[in-house]
Design a protein around this ligand. Sequence first.
Ligand SMILES: [Zn+2]
Length: 322
Amino acid sequence: MDYVAGVDVGGTHTKIALGERDGGILRQTRIQPNVRGTFTDLAEAVASVLREMQSAAGGTLAAIGIGNPGFTDRRTGVTVGGAPNVPCLHGNSLSRYLGTRWGVPAFADNDGTCAAAGELAWGAGRESSNFLIATLGTGIGGGLVLNGRIVRGARGFAGEVGHFCVQPEGFACVCGGRGCFEQYASATAILRLYQAKRDRRGLSVDRELGAEGVLAAAETGDILALQTVEEAARAIAQVFGTVTNLLNLDACIIGGGLSLAGDLLLRVVREKVADYTLPLFTDGVRVVRAELRNDAGVLGAAALAYTGVSEGKASPLTPTGS
Ligand SMILES: [Zn+2]
């Protein structure tokens, strides 16, 4: 049996799965490699687990897909920036390392682009040929599909909506800009916005409360939490509306950790997206949540491998025999 491997590299956990053509997962595991050690430590930790999984599954590993945080040079798989939580990736290519080791095609892309590939193959994007996915987590990533194909742009960075300016005089961002989308609608931002509103009223905030807690509080009628959700939803709608006006999308998808929270955020974004979209365009665009949920990253990486093989974008690398 042929299958592919998907590897989703994260700052804390790295997920590894063997995925089938229909989106099924043959085997899956999660490891905590030392991402602040050397690149070889990380690569060998992944290779070791992958070897065990393949041995247990039998069959043939046909290709490998890697989802990287930050910006990835798709031609080489090298992480060229934007991955401060996995510093050992910088300047290195896990896809080249594993592809060479196994002698199979290996592909790497930004994790937002992988999310788009996964949703296109097996999730909310099955009904759509033109969509944007914004992954709302610690930061905001994104991926873009047009005419049924993943769009990467000149250097492979297309769809990175996290640093769209939504408020020119707004909060300073880690990127050096000001008023970035990420500062208003990431999990980090939602918690910070809520804390600021509580602070102004002299109210404390539960230290354990995350952005999901803020969304849950809004669902129960907490007025400051509701205002926070409105603020985040307006930023999301602004980005979705702007990109829809530019590209005539048929769907805008909310992915990442916040897509797992209740329906409130989604409902408010749906209400507001018309404020930023030409009326004729609004009718044709669905605002939905990602369907792959906790498996989005690793399934997206597997989808990337299948897409890469079907597009014939890489030839098998030379096996090293191990
Ligand atoms: Zn920024």
